[in-house]
Design a protein around this ligand. Structure first.
Ligand code: GLN
Length: 202
């Protein structure tokens, strides 16, 4: 089975771990760079992207995850995780300071694009390649406001891009770990099969 890391600094990492385990993956909680060694894929969970980003800077994980990606590791960012993958991030309040980013996907994200916490919602989402809609939970979710040329759009909600893929990097606005529907995680595990386990040289 593939070994998948889940970034476990803050946010919804336990739910991802549980769902991946039901799919037979071996799961490692990642808090430090050396824990990326031997993984084929990494999930960046939802949570609060400025907090997660600042902790990533503090623990040396920005460059480590960039190296993991360069070495062929697959990455899936959900919600705050998708924000952290983006080249350009809009909507961070100025008092939060500089928003850290991995810059691993040629996308622009708009944070909190659907309003405040009370505007969180669940909706059936048509996802490219899925036969039936996916139950998508949006919690103070971002949207992908613009994509570069190499980016494939996989789902839209009301004309806004909410799931996209560039090579072996996947980004989604919503929380696929909260509904028990494992199809997005299966999609990510399939991306891992084409990726290789990244050596322990990291
Ligand atoms: N609103 C959060 C942010 O901008 C993301 C919310 C989430 O991950 N559910 O970081």
């Amino acid at each position: 089975p593939p070994t998948i890391g889940v970034l476990a600094l803050q946010g919804a990492f336990r739910e991802h771990k549980r769902l991946l385990q039901t799919l037979g993956a071996h799961v490692i909680e990642v808090r430090l760079p050396h824990q990326l060694g031997g993984l084929s894929g990494l999930i960046l969970p939802g949570g609060e992207s400025t907090t997660i980003g600042n902790l990533m800077v503090e623990y040396g994980l920005i460059s480590a995850i960039q190296e993991f990606h360069a070495a062929g590791g697959a990455i899936f960012g959900t919600c705050a995780g998708a924000i952290l993958l983006a080249r350009t991030i809009h909507g961070t309040p100025p008092q939060f300071g500089e928003q850290p980013s991995l810059d691993l996907m040629d996308i622009t994200v708009q944070r909190n694009a659907f309003g405040r916490q009370v505007d969180s919602f669940r909706t059936p989402l048509d996802v490219s390649g899925f036969e039936t809609p996916f139950p998508a939970v949006f919690i103070r979710a971002p949207v992908i406001a613009a994509v570069g040329e190499g980016v494939e759009v996989l789902a839209r909600h009301q004309d806004q891009i909410v799931l996209a893929r560039q090579g072996n990097v996947l980004a989604g606005s919503f929380h696929p770990e909260l509904t028990g529907d494992a199809r997005i995680h299966e999609l990510f595990l399939n991306m891992n099969r084409s990726a290789q386990a990244v050596g322990s040289g990291l």
